[in-house]
Design a protein around this ligand. Structure first.
Ligand code: NAP
Length: 244
């Protein structure tokens, strides 16, 4: 049986690109989503039609019971889950003084509790097998902070700290934990930016453009591969030179 990857938030954007690239590289792919049922099913159809083995599973990563059920389903279907990509995410652009307690909790729970739930759910079997790869999708804003994105920057910085600590703890069990901290990538997440803001951000980027979801997907594929077995606890930031 081939290897299996579980990608959270794979109905759209970067997650969708990762699902496609991993399927094209002989992984069985478990596509998680929360609301975008139609997009997730279309992706499943598209990949299945090409002969790839994929499964779609709706689960809110914030809810431990739903994550536990999703992992049990994946292990039943595919034998084991070898790679976990914590990618599900949300963004919000708001002054710090105007953020509600609920918005703060939702931001942190989506990124941090989601990652906690998925890692705790999968690690016992990875430790048992003495192998596994965990890839956490953070952001440049977790490295340098973004004005009007305090909760998002906090959550992404938390993902970076989590990656480093967990890498130390589970390294002796043969498990690698790494973090990708992308710059601005062309997905629906950035649809709120107007044309002037997009132009300015591109001008501030040495490579003068935004990244493509596929560029993140190929980096994740490399980190999941045996060629990257000596890489753990690292934060790799594909950002066009925006943060150097
Ligand atoms: P996107 O297009 O908005 O997609 C977000 C995905 O996350 C969707 O599939 C969504 O599922 C899923 N999701 C959100 N909350 C969820 C939950 N509670 N449980 C399960 N799934 C959930 O975003 P993207 O740009 O691809 O971003 C993917 C990741 O990269 C995020 O963690 C984001 O913070 C990070 N990132 C993005 C950029 C960028 O510029 N785009 C830059 C740096 C980092 P449904 O649609 O089904 O609800």
């Amino acid at each position: 049986m081939g290897k299996t990857v579980l990608i959270t938030g794979a109905s759209r954007g970067i997650g969708r690109a990762m699902a496609t690239v991993f399927a094209e590289n002989n992984y069985h792919v478990m596509i998680n989503y929360l609301k975008a049922e139609r997009e997730a099913r279309l992706l499943e159809q598209e990949l299945t039609k090409q002969g790839y083995t994929v499964a779609v599973y709706r689960a809110d990563v914030m809810q431990k019971a739903q994550v536990t059920e999703m992992i049990a389903t994946g292990e039943k279907l595919f034998g084991s889950i070898d790679v976990l990509i914590n990618n599900a995410g949300i963004s919000q652009f708001k002054l710090f003084t105007e953020i509600s307690e609920e918005e703060w909790d939702t931001m942190l729970n989506t990124h941090l509790k989601g990652m906690f739930n998925c890692c705790q759910g999968l690690l016992p079997s990875m430790i048992h097998q003495k192998k596994g790869k965990i890839i956490n999708i953070a952001s440049i804003w977790g490295l340098v902070g973004a004005s009007c994105e305090v909760p998002y920057s906090t959550a992404k910085a938390g993902m970076i700290g989590f990656t480093k600590a967990l890498a130390k703890e589970v390294g002796p069990s043969g498990i690698q934990v790494n973090c990708i901290a992308p710059g601005i990538i062309e997905t629906e997440m950035n649809e709120g930016l107007n044309n002037m803001e997009k132009k300015q951000l591109k001008e501030e980027t040495p490579l003068l453009r935004f990244g493509k979801p596929e560029e993140i997907a190929h980096l994740a594929l490399y980190l999941a591969s045996a060629e990257a077995d000596f890489i753990t606890g690292q934060v790799i930031s594909p950002n066009g030179g925006f943060v150097i």
